[in-house]
Structure formats: structure tokens, C-alpha cells
Design a protein around this ligand. Structure first.
Ligand code: KIV
Ligand code: ZN
Length: 515
């Protein structure tokens, strides 16, 4: 008989705590909908008391995303709990997630309190939350460093107060798998009331052990794991959802446990989160990295050609990674493009389809063949576009090993063309400066990442930037067979995000905007 492990996804809360990964309402909603397609059990949609924008985003998700439980985080204080409840009360299945530090370090140093008061605070908060919301989760923050007897008592008392989910986090990623597994086993043995609730774990990756610790906890009786797509999260991140799910699936005999995850949606979700949050996935990342299913050594390639199981323990198709079957060229018409898009899982509204088609023709004119990954990149970028205050019209670069790079850029705004030129430390810097001269924006480049979408010299380049404009960091993405153009499109995308956020008025009124 197999056990069900509940997958609690906290990409939109712990994952969003990554610096610069702050999402707007539309972006959070898009990811939440995809998490529902992935069939996670719980979406932790945010920490509503952190900002009115987050409250609004969580409320929107609660109203419209159906299937998973929608949870909102709250500190163990009434004001937070009220706001969390306000955010999730319209969800099909709402949950308020209350947390309080339970280790002496947290109680004494952070809360400047003592165990007795912390216990009272936890019990009171859970009772209050339970008075509002039918489902309350209580987290013993820094649980893995909490004195065992106190941990048992606070769990017992919060269950009595009405918590139906108890979460034991390894907040600082300090635990070792044997130790953490043993902690969960002893808790189950010492707190019989845990049999009446869901026992959850939440592991951080400071020592690279978040997944190993989560697996040890599952083996020793945890019912729920808290995790994020691509393992993103505070500091070194959280346990990666896709790794936990695929360990349970691939090594079913060892764990005898299943999840409800639709694994075919894993790859698409990973790409979406990476793109929207602008956090690249490292190539060797297990399960979803670009190298996870590529074989480079001759011996391995030979084995794979004879039988894939020689060097592959999972099938890429299980994760929704499409094989490169049919390739498109500039001569492929709309029907072929539409067919190929539906094969790789995209059904687009007519307007988006036209945009994708135009971009596809533009790229295909310069790159002989367009494969599934190229197409995926084109679609993802077009779908995620904000309204384009400025559109790229043309750009020209002069660069060489013995000259100062010079970029001439023409952007279109409301049907008018604006041209300017700039020199820079390199061609990318020059083109960014050209864009800045036209838009009037001066941004600080916080992050820049460029990668090839596929193999080969004519590969499509995908650039991601994070640009600080004023006191906010905006992300941007662009792709093109020309890597300088991909970079320029990414930079322009970040500028357009700034304008979409109200920056346009500032520029117009300051009159900086020039032709
Ligand atoms: O890491 C942690 O302890 C947390 C809690 C709020 C669950 O994120
Ligand atoms: Zn956490």
C-alpha cells in the first residue's frame, strides 16, 4: 500500500524572497495557474501582510485558481492573521499558515522572549486563526534547532488549539539527513496527536541537503513536503519540488509513496518560473537543467543510441521535455507553426499567435531551422511581454579588437522613430547606452545572463537581465540568433516593465525623452 505525500509549493512565497525576484500580480497569477496544472496539493501564494500588492495578488489567486489549497503566511500576531485570512477567504480551500520561532536562539535573540511566552503566543495565534479559517498550519520556525521536549510540547498544544497541519522546518539548512529523519521519527513516537494531523517538513539548502533531508523525513513519517520549483528560495534556496517528486517516482520501491504531481508539466513549470522570476536554471541542475538529458562522451552516446536505459534513469518525456522531431523553416506557414505549437503544448489566442508568427519569421530568416526549444523560447518571451512603450526597430553595432564599440539604435514609439548612438565598454554596453539615451532611463545592470537555447553555431541566444531603475529592480528577457540583439531586447523589455509600472509619466513630464 502506498502513502500519499502532499506537495506544498512555496515558490510564490519562500521562492519570491530571492532578491530581485519580486513578482507583480499578473506574474504571480500566471505561475499559480501553472502550479494548479502541475497539480500541487497546496500553493503558498504569499505573505499578504508584507505589502498591499501581495495581499491583492494572493486574493486574486484565491478567487480564481481552482484545485489546490491556497495558503497565506502570517506571523503569530492577530494583524497578520487577519490580513492572511482576508487574502485567502474566497479560496475554494483556504489555509492560514502561522509561524513562530521555537528554538532558544529565535525565542531569545529574535523575539526577545522566553519559552513560556512563545508557547502562549503560538497557542493564541492558532486559536485565533482557527476561529477564522477552517484549515490552519502551524510552523515551528527553526524546528530542527529546537530543544526536543519543547518542540513536542508546542506541537501538542498547537494541535489542541486547532492546527490541522504541523510543519517542522529546517530553517537554516543545518540538519543532516540521518538526524532530520530521526527527529521526525521521534516526533511521531512522542506526540501521538500527530496521527490526527498532517506532519510537514520544510528544508532549506544551505548545506546542499534540502532534498536529502526531505527524503529522510518522508521515510520517517512526514506526510507533506514544502518545496519550490527549481529549488529557489531564501539564501541557498529550498528543497526542489521536481527532485523530490522524481525521487519518489523513480525509486518508488524504496519509498512506497506517491504524489499527485502531473510530472509532464514539470519542465514547462520550471521554464516558466525561471523566465518570469528571471532566475536562470544551472545547466547541470538535476531533472530540469539543460544538460540533464544530454550525453556528450562518445561511450555514453553510443550506449544511448543502442538503448536509452544504458545512461538514462528517467525518460525526458515523463517531464514534458519534447524531443526535437519536426523542425520549421522560414518557409513553414501559419498552419505548420500552429500544428507544431500545439504539439509542444501551446494554444494561443489569435493576437498572440500573430505576434509569435512574426517573431518566428524574423528569427527563421536568420536561422535555418527552428526546433522545439527555439519555438518554446520565442513563445515564452512573446507571451510574457508587457505593453511595449518602446519597440526595437533597428540596431547597428561597430565593434572590433582595436576600436571603441559604437551602437546606433532606432526605437519606435507610437509610430514615430527615434535614433541615437552611443559608445560603450563593449558592444552590449554600447547598445544598452543607446537604448538609455532614447528612453531617458539610466539603469544599473544587476545581473546579466546569456545562454544558447540549443546546440550549434546558429543557436538562438537567450539573454536575461535584471536592471535597477530608481529603487526597483526590473527583469527583462530577449532572444535572437544575434546575441547582442538578444541582450538589447532583454534590456528594452526591462525598460518597458519600468514604463508599465508608471515610469512613462515620469519620462514624459521630465522631457528627457528625445528624438
Ligand atoms: O524557513 C522557514 O522556517 C520558513 C517558515 C516561515 C515556514 O519559511
Ligand atoms: Zn523557508
Amino acid at each position: 500500500m502506498s502513502r500519499k505525500i502532499h506537495i506544498f509549493d512555496t515558490t510564490l512565497r519562500d521562492g519570491e524572497q530571492v532578491p530581485g525576484a519580486k513578482l507583480n500580480k499578473r506574474q504571480k497569477f500566471e505561475i499559480a495557474q501553472q502550479l494548479a496544472n502541475l497539480n500541487v496539493d497546496v500553493i503558498e501564494a504569499g505573505f499578504p501582510c508584507s505589502s498591499p500588492g501581495d495581499l491583492d495578488a494572493v486574493r486574486e489567486i484565491s478567487r480564481h485558481v481552482r484545485g489546490p489549497v491556497i495558503a497565506a503566511l502570517a506571523r503569530a500576531v492577530k494583524e497578520d492573521i487577519d490580513i492572511a485570512w482576508e487574502a485567502v477567504c474566497e479560496a475554494q480551500r483556504p489555509r492560514v499558515h502561522v509561524f513562530l520561532g521555537s528554538s532558544d536562539i529565535h525565542i531569545q535573540k529574535k523575539l526577545r522572549s522566553d519559552r513560556k511566552k512563545a508557547m502562549e503566543m503560538a497557542v493564541e495565534a492558532v486559536k485565533y486563526a482557527r476561529g477564522l479559517c477552517p484549515e490552519v498550519e502551524f510552523s515551528t520556525e527553526d524546528g530542527s534547532r529546537t530543544e526536543f521536549e519543547f518542540l513536542c510540547r508546542i506541537i501538542e498544544e498547537t494541535i489542541k488549539a486547532g492546527a490541522s497541519v504541523i510543519n517542522v522546518p529546517d530553517t537554516v539548512g543545518y540538519a543532516l539527513p540521518e538526524e532530520f529523519g530521526e527527529l521526525i521519527r521521534r516526533l511521531r513516537e512522542s506526540v501521538p496527536a500527530l496521527d490526527r494531523v498532517i506532519l510537514s517538513v520544510h528544508c532549506h539548502n544551505d548545506l546542499g541537503l534540502a532534498v536529502a533531508n526531505s527524503m529522510a523525513a518522508i521515510r520517517n513519517g512526514a506526510d507533506q513536503v514544502e518545496c519550490t520549483i527549481n529549488g529557489i528560495g531564501e539564501r541557498a534556496g529550498n528543497a526542489s519540488l521536481e527532485e523530490i517528486v522524481m525521487v519518489l517516482k523513480t525509486r518508488f520501491e524504496n519509498y512506497q509513496a506517491i504524489t499527485g504531481i502531473n510530472t509532464q508539466e514539470i519542465y514547462r513549470t520550471s521554464r516558466m518560473v525561471s523566465r518570469i522570476m528571471n532566475i536562470p536554471v544551472q545547466p547541470n541542475k538535476a531533472i530540469v537543467g539543460s544538460n540533464a538529458f544530454s550525453h556528450s562522451s562518445g561511450i555514453h552516446q553510443d550506449g544511448i543510441l543502442k538503448d536509452r536505459t544504458t545512461y538514462e534513469i528517467m525518460k525526458p518525456e515523463e517531464l514534458g521535455i519534447k524531443q526535437q522531431t519536426l523542425v520549421l523553416t522560414a518557409r513553414s506557414g501559419r498552419a505548420a507553426l500552429r500544428h507544431r505549437l500545439s504539439e509542444i503544448g501551446f494554444t494561443l489566442d489569435p493576437e498572440t499567435f500573430e505576434r509569435v508568427y512574426n517573431r518566428f519569421i524574423d528569427v527563421a530568416d536568420r536561422k535555418k531551422e527552428i526546433g522545439a526549444q527555439d519555438l518554446q523560447s520565442i513563445v515564452e518571451i512573446e507571451v510574457s511581454k508587457v505593453p511595449e512603450t518602446f519597440k526595437m526597430h533597428t540596431m547597428q553595432i561597430m565593434s572590433g579588437n582595436k576600436m571603441v564599440p559604437l551602437a546606433s539604435v532606432t526605437l519606435e514609439r507610437d509610430g514615430e522613430l527615434y535614433t541615437d548612438a552611443a559608445t560603450g565598454d563593449g558592444p552590449v554596453d554600447a547598445v544598452f547606452k543607446g537604448i538609455e539615451r532614447i528612453t531617458g532611463i539610466t539603469g544599473k545592470l544587476r545581473d546579466y545572463d546569456l545562454k544558447a537555447v540549443t546546440m550549434g553555431r546558429d543557436a538562438l541566444g537567450e539573454a536575461m537581465v535584471r536592471v535597477e531603475i530608481g529603487d526597483t529592480v526590473y527583469s527583462g528577457i530577449g532572444s535572437s540568433p544575434d546575441v547582442i540583439e538578444a541582450s538589447a531586447l532583454a534590456y528594452l523589455n526591462a525598460c518597458n516593465r519600468y514604463f508599465a509600472n508608471g515610469g512613462a509619466q515620469k519620462i514624459q513630464s521630465s522631457g528627457e525623452f528625445k528624438s
